[in-house]
Design a protein around this ligand. Structure first.
Ligand code: RNT
Ligand code: ZN
Length: 423
């Protein structure tokens, strides 16, 4: 970046700051706030949710499509790719792992006997970089996923295996959180469900409740780990019935006082996750977000600055619940450069938060309170064309990452030097 380009960005920022100030918005305060918001970047975009277990079994109704070259094949490659991405994203963030990314030395333990030491390489790496970690048990892509069922299976042996996996993962999360000094969120998502019309919707849900109770039995220190549960509407192979539905987990999270995970691809297309936040947070301490981009279905496209993401950011910021809502991303696109996918998704989420922080919220709320809905609509519409891009570029500059599209060149170079050499 030349000195002249930097000056142009600074000038545009000065002018933007002026514009926002005229709307009563303190841009400096917004930038400081944005700097303090960590986004949990999901490791699984880097390898198409394959993991390191070596099996080729991709199961459980989630599917990465595409065959773009350069997928990370082991922990060293995945960490190098994550490093590359994080270097091009402003701010200090977190990394979200799954149990399939264990790196045991010697014989590989099965998932029910995983332990913290199997993640020591991830933990050392996170310590070195000052990164927080989040975690997920992996209830898919495994032979013990029987006929589409895990924790809700009618087979006691199957349930037992997955309960032990769930327990092991909570211990791993607790360890990660205590070493890193920031609570590790351990999110449970299971694929269980029926392809076709069930005759009995009750038994699997009873079994799921029992299994979850067994997993959560052991009390853990909330300063080190937090439990979350993630619902789903349908999946590939569970089109007619999903055991862990939205209502099931909402009730369960309230009853157990744990976090509810809202994935933006897991609801009917006209439902709004943004709207759900103020409802669920009436009863719950906190929520976890899996920000995703469903295209016609739960397709897990790369997050972009679309209406849904902007609405979510608007609610989290406007509802003053940044400390209660943990923001994570969840998408996996194997048809484009995977590092670019992370960067586009993370930067879009941050732009959405910045936009929300720059809203003349007090004015809007005052208009609403006075019944001035005309003014509210007019101002909201005006906000769409405020100079967000100028503030964003300046934010990148001051956080020493490339503004605008300048990061892409860097990623293309890495593709040439590193990704292109992977077979
Ligand atoms: C699946 C859920 C779940 C997974 C990840 C890999 O529909 O969204 O969160 O995407 O755990
Ligand atoms: Zn998800």
């Amino acid at each position: 970046m030349s000195a002249a380009q930097e000056r142009t960005i600074e000038q545009a920022f000065e002018s933007a700051r002026h514009t926002y100030r005229n709307h009563g918005v303190d841009v400096e305060a917004a930038l400081r706030r944005l700097e303090s918001i960590p986004i949990s970047m999901h490791c699984w975009q880097g390898d198409d949710v394959a993991g390191f277990e070596g099996g080729s079994l991709s199961d459980g109704g989630i599917l990465a499509t595409g065959a773009y070259p350069g997928r990370a094949r082991d922990g060293d490659e995945l960490r190098a790719d994550i490093d590359k991405a994080l270097n091009l994203i402003p701010g200090q963030h977190r990394v979200n792992l799954h149990a399939i990314y264990a790196e045991p030395t010697g014989t590989r333990p099965d998932r029910d006997t995983l332990a913290p030491e199997h993640f020591s390489r991830w933990i050392d790496w996170a310590v070195e970089r000052g990164l927080g970690l989040d975690f997920n048990p992996t209830f898919f892509s495994h032979p013990m996923l029987r006929d589409g069922f895990t924790l809700a299976s009618r087979d006691e042996g199957v349930r037992r295996f997955w309960i032990d996996h769930g327990r092991a993962c909570r211990r791993i999360a607790q360890h990660m959180g205590s070493v890193l000094g920031t609570p590790c969120i351990n999110n449970i998502w299971i694929p269980d469900g029926f392809k076709d019309t069930p005759a009995d919707r009750w038994t699997p849900r009873k079994l799921l409740r029992e299994s979850l109770d067994a997993i959560l039995e052991q009390p853990m220190d909330r300063a080190h780990m937090r439990d979350a549960v993630e619902s789903k509407l349908f999946g590939i192979g569970s089109e007619s019935y999903v055991v862990g539905s939205a209502e099931f987990y909402l009730g369960y999270a309230v009853q157990r006082n744990i976090l509810l995970c809202l994935d933006s691809g897991h609801f009917h297309p006209t439902e709004s996750v943004a709207d759900k936040l103020s409802s669920v947070l009436m009863q719950l301490d906190g929520a976890l977000l899996h920000v995703s981009r469903p295209v016609r279905w739960d397709s897990d496209h790369v997050v972009t600055l679309d209406e849904q993401v902007r609405a979510i950011a608007g609610e989290v910021v406007g509802g003053h619940c940044l400390d209660r809502v943990h923001i994570g991303l969840d998408f996996f696109d194997a048809s484009i450069n995977r590092i670019a996918a992370w960067i586009i998704g993370m930067r879009s989420m941050l732009k959405a938060l910045l936009e929300a922080l720059l809203m003349p919220r007090e004015t809007l709320v005052a208009m609403e309170a006075e019944g001035d809905y005309t003014g509210r609509l007019a101002l909201l519409e005006e906000c769409r064309t405020l100079p967000l891009g100028a503030v964003w570029d300046y934010y990148c500059l001051r956080n020493s990452v490339p503004p605008g599209l300048a990061w892409l060149q860097d990623v293309r170079q890495y593709e040439k030097d590193v990704l292109g050499k992977r077979s």
